[in-house]
Design a protein around this ligand. Structure first.
Ligand code: C3B
Length: 828
């Protein structure tokens, strides 16, 4: 171990960046940290020792980053998010510390296979899907770009449930991700903060004689911070992700314990710890549960307190808070932070209301991630007032002043004023969190151009009319480190050989590949990479799920949460129709493009229809897969428990990316970007970021189909009758009839009746209306795929034109348009 010494700063331990240095550190961790010797060490022992060793190598940069930040007090971004879907950490840490080669060699010398250790890591699934994964991509980019930032969230003891299939039906198991140890976190129980709940508000005379109000909570919990390193690529900063874990303020009641009532003695503890116990598995349809509001307030109250009391230097003038921080609200989940900051400034710091509001208004920005009305959180006043009585008062006052302001601008339009009220009156009096966020934020952004436009024109149109400059767009992005460099090493090497490795931090450089689309030798190698990726996922699916697929088929992949609006049923109807035509001899098997239809999807446990659709996909899959005539021609692969880890091997193997949501429903999508960057072509609707993908890659390299958003609106206005499509479209009718006949349920017609009748009678997301257009687009896919060289050319162009979808670019857009922060390299 070496010591770095500067004149005045205390020394920092460093590690020797050599195979020998690494090996020494690793053995030290194994022996002294895990307490085992190499011959007796389990895989988990070795994984834990390895993880700790690797994190040591990042420590110097982390400490330097923190030191530098304490010195400079540069403006930071606090990314407030109820979800961070991180994925496995080891590979990313190896990449960030530039240890990959050293570690592989060092371990091999000890007779250890790095890949076996990598497999031992359980991914932290602290998110549901797109929104949580986006947060993880953003903090990666911020660190890589040297932007001072801190992620704040919840350390759920149980992350997104483990999905299993029992007879084709989804069965959820708790995600006990901490069971074997969690080597990436740094708990700081000494820095715990107290958060109140419930109770009442009282009036009192302050020392200055002024009558003030203050909150007397009825109960409180402790928030214990757990820090995670967020290492930037190459020499970037190592930022911090701080996740809060709830603890009881008093462990247990010794008196009650002594009297023998053990359950009662630990009741308070259990109650408190429930707050960070489990991630709510609802993706985009929140259930409005009290515990969820507790979680939301818990983490934002901890975070604001942490920032004000710990991160800021002592005596910092809070009037200058906006110079030092911007709190980015990741959807409505953290919006209760707005009244919380007001409470801190007014009640705890004794500020005047106007003064506090002026500062608060400059400290927040809000990102909306949805267009579904049911996904915009609304909290009944009754519930909010019971849990957070002072916050409710504050929200009322914010609203009163806002409405008064509106009445001045629109003196004769009380209807509009009421429409814009933060408080809804119907069906119950409730707080509209999206409106509160919009009123408080400096900027409100959507996550793709079309989405931002629809926010302005539809969801928040009154607000956009009132504050046109507040509304902006930042199209989502994905980190090229995890989703290309790490997950697709074959492609990465090929690209780097062609254009150098600058693309990893400057993804626009991928445009340098453009001319190579016309280079036959490059295309051959590109195909070779794709083929190797298909073999890799084939092995993974066989080992992980016992699923047999054929690498010589087209990989047609749809992976995302199961939701009606995403329309997994549309894809299923295409598959069933194909199957029906082949088995009845309407088309010859030889004329069918051999395809592997891959699905990955979790359904929210309470979402009955979504679970029935999962059952149906599995049922269709098992029928098709067990038909010997179709062997090697048509396969349905639906591995259970789709997660970040599986995405990393599945996406690089895809030929065709399915992005088929009903136009106007998918805010952006980010899977679509990952597929594009890994050389898949997209079949998709004009929705979310698909619009931008298609613009960049060109119409000729994108399989567009389906109604546009205005056409959808018009059709719905006119009155949509799905049964009309059933009656007039023979193929569609046959497919639906086949499902209804019990062909996939052992003759039992009742099993899938709800799915069929929902499609025929309701079909909220117009799957039947888009069926024929989808099938036609799939025919164009077949035709294009038949020309291997040309398909490869288009695939290369997808990669070459995908640079825009780096989350580094998204971060640049946030920085320039919303945050106005500046990079600060560590040790600069
Ligand atoms: C998702 C949206 O459904 C996606 O379109 C979008 O790409 C991502 O967010 C990221 O912006 N989303 C989600 O995963 N969970 C929500 N509660 C709301 C939106």
């Amino acid at each position: 171990m070496a010591l770095v010494t500067a004149d005045t700063t205390p020394p920092i331990a460093t590690r020797e960046h050599t195979v020998d240095g690494f090996t020494r550190e690793f053995l030290r961790e194994l022996n002294f940290g895990q307490g085992v010797d190499l011959t007796r060490a389990s895989v988990n022992d070795k994984y834990l020792a390895m993880a700790r060793t690797v994190r040591h190598y990042l420590m110097t940069r982390w400490i330097e980053t923190l030191r530098r930040q304490a010195e400079l007090q540069a403006k930071s971004v606090a990314y407030l998010s109820a979800e961070f879907l991180l994925g496995r950490q080891l590979d990313n840490a190896l990449l960030a510390s530039d240890l990959q080669d050293i570690v592989r060699e060092g371990l091999a010398n000890l007779g250890i296979d790095l890949d076996e250790l990598r497999e031992a890591e359980v991914e932290p699934g602290l998110g549901n899907g797109g929104l949580g994964r986006l947060a993880a991509c953003f903090i990666d980019s911020l660190a890589t770009m040297n932007v001072p930032s801190i992620g704040y969230g919840i350390r759920y003891e149980y992350g997104i449930f483990q999905q299993t299939f029992v007879d084709g039906r989804q069965v959820e198991k708790p995600d006990d991700w901490l069971r074997l140890g969690s080597p990436w976190e740094f708990p700081h129980p000494e820095a715990a903060v107290t958060v109140g709940f419930g109770g009442h508000v009282e009036q009192y005379q302050a020392d200055d004689g002024v009558v003030r109000r203050r909150w007397v909570p009825g109960w409180s919990v402790l928030g214990v911070p757990y820090n995670y390193m967020v290492p930037g690529y190459a020499k970037g900063r190592v930022n911090t992700l701080r996740l809060w874990s709830a603890r009881a303020t008093h462990a247990f009641d010794l008196q009650i314990f002594n009297s023998g009532d053990y359950a009662e003695a630990v009741r308070a503890q259990t109650f408190a710890e429930n707050i960070s116990k489990v991630l709510y598995p609802e993706d985009s349809t929140p259930q409005g549960k009290e515990l969820r509001l507790q979680q939301q307030y818990f983490f934002v109250a901890c975070s604001i307190k942490d920032f004000v009391d710990q991160v800021l230097p002592e005596g910092y003038d809070l009037h200058r808070l906006p110079e030092r921080i911007v709190f980015q609200l990741n959807d409505t989940h953290p919006v209760i932070a707005v009244p919380e900051l007001m409470r801190v400034l007014v009640d705890e710091k004794g500020w005047e209301w106007d003064e506090a509001w002026a500062v608060t208004k400059q400290c927040f920005a809000y990102t909306c991630h949805t267009l579904l009305p049911e996904a915009l959180e609304v909290w009944p006043v009754e519930l909010l007032g019971r849990l957070l009585p002072r916050h409710l008062e504050i929200i009322y006052r914010i609203n009163d002043e806002f409405l008064a302001e509106l009445r001045e601008t629109y003196p004769n339009d009380e209807l509009r004023v009421r429409r814009m009220s933060i408080i809804a009156e119907y069906p119950v009096r409730a707080v509209r969190m999206a409106y509160l966020a919009t009123v408080a934020a400096t900027k409100v952004n959507g996550v793709a151009e079309l989405h931002s436009q629809l926010l302005r024109d539809k969801v928040l149109d009154d607000f956009a009319g009132y504050w046109p400059d507040k509304f902006t767009n930042v199209t989502n992005g994905v980190t090229p480190r995890r989703f290309v460099k790490l997950s697709n090493p074959g492609l990465s090497d090929l690209v780097t050989e062609a254009i150098g490795d600058g693309w990893v931090t400057d993804l626009d450089q991928l445009s340098g590949l453009e001319p190579l689309a016309d280079d036959a030798e490059f295309r051959r190698r590109f195909r070779e990479v794709k083929q190797a990726n298909k073999r890799r996922i084939t092995d993974v699916l066989a080992a992980r799920d016992g699923i047999e697929v054929h690498p010589d088929t087209m990989f047609d992949v749809m992976v995302k949460r199961l939701h009606e609006y995403k329309r997994q049923t549309l894809k299923l109807l295409h598959i069933v129709s194909l199957y029906e035509k082949v088995t009845t001899g309407k088309i010859r098997l030889e004329d069918v493009t051999p395809r592997t239809f891959a699905f990955g999807a979790k359904a929210a446990p309470g979402y009955v229809l979504a679970k029935q659709i999962i059952h149906l996909i599995n049922a269709v899959g098992s029928t098709i897969n067990s038909d010997p005539a179709l062997e090697g021609r048509l396969t349905v692969a639906f591995p259970a428990n789709y997660n970040v880890t599986l995405a990393e091997t599945l996406i690089p193997a895809a030929d065709l990316s399915e992005q088929i949501s009903l136009a106007g429903k998918e805010a952006s999508g980010t899977g679509n970007m990952k597929f594009m960057l890994n050389g898949a072509l997209t079949i998709g609707t004009d929705d979310g970021a698909n619009v931008e993908i298609r613009r960049l890659v060109g119409d000729e390299n994108f399989f567009l189909f389906g109604l546009t958003e205005p056409q959808v609106a018009e059709l719905v206005d006119r009155g949509y009758h799905p049964s009309a499509y059933y009656e007039t479209n023979e193929d569609l009718r046959h497919a639906l009839d086949l499902i209804a006949s019990g062909a996939f349920s052992g003759g039992d017609r009742a099993v899938f009746e709800p799915v069929v009748s929902n499609l025929l009678n309701e079909d909220r997301f117009l799957a039947l209306a888009d069926f024929q257009a989808y099938v036609d687009a799939q025919a164009r896919v077949d035709e294009a795929y038949a020309d291997t060289e040309d398909w490869t050319r288009r695939a290369v162009l997808n990669v070459a034109r995908g640079g825009f979808f780096s989350s580094d670019r998204s971060m640049r857009d946030y920085i320039d348009g919303i945050w106005h922060t500046h990079p600060v390299p560590p040790g600069s």
